[in-house]
Design a protein around this ligand. Structure first.
Ligand code: HBI
Ligand code: FE
Length: 318
């Protein structure tokens, strides 16, 4: 069972407005939420002791990783590789119709193959070269404040274990398929990467309430964002791009039901997120990543002024 100290530190993470001065001040193993902390009864791997052991093994590797060092190599089993292969093969077919052009452009940089689960280190090297971002392995679903703060260091915290094999097209939590197929290609696009960085900056020194709002802002952009391409709407959010069902739903709806689309205003109230109860009912639409970044930067400036975060505070980040 998690120790009382650890549970207390998770609660503190919402309230703690201390700005980390370096990525080393953000823990990749302490403030882990949800399933990562302990699989619950509705997780597909709950009754699978072998799966839980394997996952713990990969999580332990992640916790030992030191920023600046190569990400530990994981030898994936044939069963794990089969899960990756099935997810990649099914999703890849949908991308030409549903994914935004930036995603389609960057996707090929990573040479994804169905017969090999990619190594985070190799993916991180591609990002380094393209946009200066780094992938850091993490023990599970990281607390939103730590996760968002990481973006300000151009660091993407990524899980390294893979979902349970009983249903390859479903996972209740982030896994390596979600991170690599959903998030990583977009982070190789400079305008998108700058937008994600802006959300990270906004989160530095944010109050608990503002941090919650930024979690929703992240959710409706990086996770479930859609962008205008001429007359069409295309997906750039990782939660859509890594979900077979959500790709269909955002474009075509289901039966006579359709999602709602609205322009995004970072200052406005954002609708309730759907995580356990199916697909999003509402999506927010970006005109361009440049436009979205400009709006988020304005919001970041507003938060920094309100929270008395100075440019000196921000300039000493490494
Ligand atoms: N942790 N490992 C991991 N991967 C994510 O994609 C992730 C996370 N923690 C929080 C998070 N995403 C966001 O959805 C927001 O809560 C910030
Ligand atoms: Fe995600």
């Amino acid at each position: 069972a998690p120790s009382p100290e650890k549970e207390a530190s998770k609660a503190d993470a919402w309230s703690s407005t201390r700005i980390p001065k370096s990525i080393n001040e953000i823990s990749n193993g302490e403030n882990i939420l949800g399933f990562g902390a302990n699989l619950s009864a509705d997780h597909p791997g709950y009754n699978d002791e072998e799966y839980k052991r394997r996952r713990m093994q990969i999580v332990e590797l992640a916790k030992q990783h030191v920023p600046g060092q190569p990400v530990p190599y994981v030898e994936y089993t044939p069963a794990e590789t089969a899960v990756w292969g099935e997810v990649l093969t099914k999703l890849e077919k949908l991308y030409p119709d549903f994914a935004c052009k930036q995603f389609l452009d960057t996707f090929s940089l990573f040479n994804f193959r169905p017969d090999r689960v990619p190594q985070l280190q190799d993916m991180s090297e591609v990002l380094q070269q393209r946009t200066g971002w780094t992938i850091r392995p993490v023990a599970g679903l990281l607390h939103p404040r730590d996760f968002l703060n990481g973006l300000a260091f151009r660091t993407f915290h990524s899980t390294q274990y893979i979902r349970h094999g009983s249903n390859p097209m479903y996972t209740p939590e982030p896994d390596i398929c979600h991170e690599l197929l959903g998030h990583v290609p977009m982070l190789a696009d400079p305008a998108f990467a700058d937008m994600a960085y802006s959300i990270g900056l906004a989160s530095l020194g944010a109050s608990k309430e503002d941090c919650w709002h930024l979690t929703k802002l992240y959710w409706y952009t990086v996770e479930f964002g859609v962008i205008k391409e001429g007359e069409q709407l295309k997906a750039f959010g990782a939660g859509i791009l890594s979900s077979f069902g959500e790709l269909e739903w955002f474009q075509h709806g289901k039966g006579d039901q359709r999602p709602v689309f609205e322009p995004l205003d970072p200052f406005g109230k954002l609708t309730k997120m759907s995580y356990k109860d199916g697909f999003q009912k509402k999506y927010y639409v970006a005109d361009s990543f440049e436009d979205l970044s400009a709006k988020i930067k304005e919001y970041a400036t507003y938060l920094h002024n309100k929270n008395k975060v100075t440019s000196l505070d921000l300039s000493i980040l490494q």
